[in-house]
Design a protein around this ligand. Structure first.
Ligand code: ATP
Ligand code: MG
Ligand code: MG
Ligand code: MG
Length: 579
């Protein structure tokens, strides 16, 4: 077998001396300077040889762990028809983040941002019996999101690679088991990739569903803030913090009609009952689930206005009724409302052009939003108020800031106090319930002959983002420092001696290393040792072997890029020394 050693003299690589002008975070600067990636457009990058190797190695780790939990790899298109996303409302809900396009016949298409709809449809098409289940399918695929702020190179791309998997189970217990298996697989993936991370409670956002957790890599440049109670282990994204006892609220100044006194802890049911009683002619129907509940109480100028409730399946109808019933721009859509937990996600509003949703996720802190009081939940029983008019009291498409959680706030679970830190989201796992399987009527015939609705889970890992995250956590001021599991090469062999014997010796050492199972990058350029050492540090292979001055005396130097340690060893023991 001929040995092909990758040679720096012919490698398609140009390292840069200066940081790219648009780079702010270390991983971005280093990955560009070291020639791993190159920018094509904001949030759109090319992968060069070394970068692609790291990416593939990250993929391999993810793939192995997905296979270990019984996941089956498939690959769906990124170019998708509009229809499935219309069925779930996400064609609209995704807002500006969705890349929409038309084909030559004028049909609407999109570039997939995530594939819950397609997987639900796919399983429906293939399976019809309970005997086929459970099943977990996954893909490692390019996703598209027109991010408002593409950032930090490949950290937040508009084109990026995600591993997304989807589980389908016959019952809640099965679905929980699939979720737990993914949770463990993710822990194993991030352990192998040597990423420091925390698992935090998260909101389900545009995905919908009941429970979700995020894996956040610890990093000061992260865009997510999370809180943690060192005493109890409680950890949550600030977006998902369930706040304890809300402070006293200034309800005195509000119009009387804005205050609704339920007499006890309000729930969706008591709200519905109240609304039906108060507005008998509106024909409100009770929501039978908390999912996709659309609720808005409004009291402009002291007059009661509207409350609308929608359940999955008839959202179009509800929105139409909403539009007919109210002035434009006066209604917010609140989904995933969980009154018991004080959690509301405001997803959009009805504007002059009908239902509008810019895809921005708001968490409405139940305490105070722009001077508006939301009083509800276990710790403030008795009253809840919404008085808030789009366009008058706030800009309809402006972001509503969640009230800040601060260091030292009491932990919601009552144990200890919170500390805040920043992180980069590297994984997200969801229990979707039946949101998508309801939408596409995905069911099978059960054991007793009765139809069973499947329960879906959805799980994502940012594969291309991981490359940046690893670089972010493993570098020093000289360059990258790849963990062994993902390094483009195991050994970087630097020839730093002009002697011809040293050159041929270095080549045969490279062949020996290769034979011993190490991948080798040999720096055979006609450059000065100084230049070569600088590049070796920048590129970041875990082991650097230097064939230098000592060669004449039968020694080479082995440098550990992680510890910076350098040891002189006899050249004929070099291969055995490297682990
Ligand atoms: P973020 O909060 O960072 O915007 P997200 O919550 O929108 O991420 P998900 O929809 O949960 O992302 O997608 C699953 C995973 O895909 C994320 O955990 C993240 O690792 C990765 N990911 C999401 N958006 C991007 C992006 N623009 N570039 C690179 N990776 C991304
Ligand atoms: Mg996002
Ligand atoms: Mg997120
Ligand atoms: Mg997420």
């Amino acid at each position: 077998m001929t040995v092909v050693i990758t040679r720096m003299s012919t490698l398609f690589l140009r390292t840069l001396r200066d940081d790219p002008a648009d780079a702010e975070v270390p991983s971005h600067k280093l990955l560009v300077r070291a020639g791993y990636v190159r920018r094509v457009a904001p949030g759109v990058y090319s992968w060069l040889p070394l970068g692609l190797k790291v990416l593939r190695r990250v993929e391999d780790v993810v793939r192995e762990e997905m296979n270990n939990i019984g996941g089956q790899e498939i690959s769906l298109p990124a170019l998708l028809p509009r229809e499935p996303y219309d069925v779930t409302g996400r064609w609209t809900e995704y807002g500006d983040a969705l890349f929409r396009l038309k084909d030559r016949k004028g049909a609407d298409m999109l570039l997939g941002p995530t594939h819950e709809e397609l997987f639900a449809q796919l399983v429906k098409g293939e399976y019809s019996s309970y005997k086929d289940l459970p099943v977990t399918l996954y893909q490692i695929q390019t996703k598209y999101r027109d991010e408002e702020r593409p950032r930090a190179g490949i950290l937040r791309g508009r084109e990026f690679i995600m591993k997304d998997s989807y589980s389908f189970d016959l019952d809640i217990d099965g679905s929980k088991a699939s979720y737990d298996a993914h949770r463990e697989a993710y822990q194993e993936i991030f352990r192998r990739l040597q990423v420091k991370y925390v698992i935090v409670a998260a909101t389900s956002g545009a995905m919908g569903g009941s429970a979700s957790e995020e894996f956040l890599a610890e990093s000061e440049v992260g865009e997510d803030t999370y809180v943690r109670s060192p005493e109890s282990g409680y950890a949550a994204n600030v977006e998902a913090v369930i706040t304890p006892a809300p402070p006293a609220l200034p309800i005195e100044g509000l119009p009387a009609a804005a205050v609704h006194d339920t007499g006890d802890t309000p729930t969706i049911d008591t709200l519905v009952a109240w609304a039906q009683e108060t507005f008998p002619d509106r024909g409100f129907t009770a929501a039978d689930t908390l999912k996709n509940v659309v609720v808005k109480l409004r009291s402009p100028g002291g007059e009661e206005e509207l409350l609308a409730i929608g359940v999955p399946g008839d959202r179009e109808v509800d929105f139409k009724r909403l539009e007919a019933a109210v002035e434009p721009a006066a209604v917010e859509l609140i989904t995933d409302a969980d009154f018991a937990k004080n959690s509301f996600l405001v997803r959009g509003y009805i504007g002059p052009k009908g239902l509008q949703d810019n895809g921005v996720r708001y968490l409405v802190d139940p305490r105070i939003v722009d001077g508006t009081a939301w009083i509800t939940g276990a710790d403030a029983p008795g009253k809840h108020v919404v008085d808030l008019v789009a366009g008058r009291d706030f800009e309809p498409d402006g972001t509503i800031e969640a009230a800040e959680v601060r260091d030292g706030d009491p932990s919601p679970d009552g144990a200890g106090t919170l500390v805040t830190a920043r992180g980069i989201e590297i994984g997200h796992i969801f229990q979707l319930g039946t949101k998508y399987t309801d939408a596409f009527d995905v069911g099978v015939l059960g054991e007793n002959g009765k139809p069973v609705r499947l329960i879906q889970g959805s799980y994502g890992v940012g594969v291309s983002r991981m490359v940046a995250v690893i670089a972010e956590q493993h570098h020093d001021d000289k360059g990258l420092r790849w963990p062994k599991e993902v390094a483009p090469f195991d050994v970087h062999l630097v020839i730093a001696n002009k002697d011809e014997g040293a050159w041929s010796g270095a080549r045969s050492l490279a062949a020996d290393l290769d034979a011993a199972g190490f991948s080798v990058l040999i720096d055979d350029r006609k450059a000065s040792p100084g230049v070569k050492f600088k590049d070796a540090e920048l590129l970041g292979m875990p082991v650097v072997v230097v064939v230098g001055r000592g060669w004449a005396n039968g020694t080479v130097e082995i440098r550990d890029r992680f510890t910076g340690e350098a040891t002189e060893v006899a050249s004929d023991t070099a291969v055995a020394t490297i682990v």
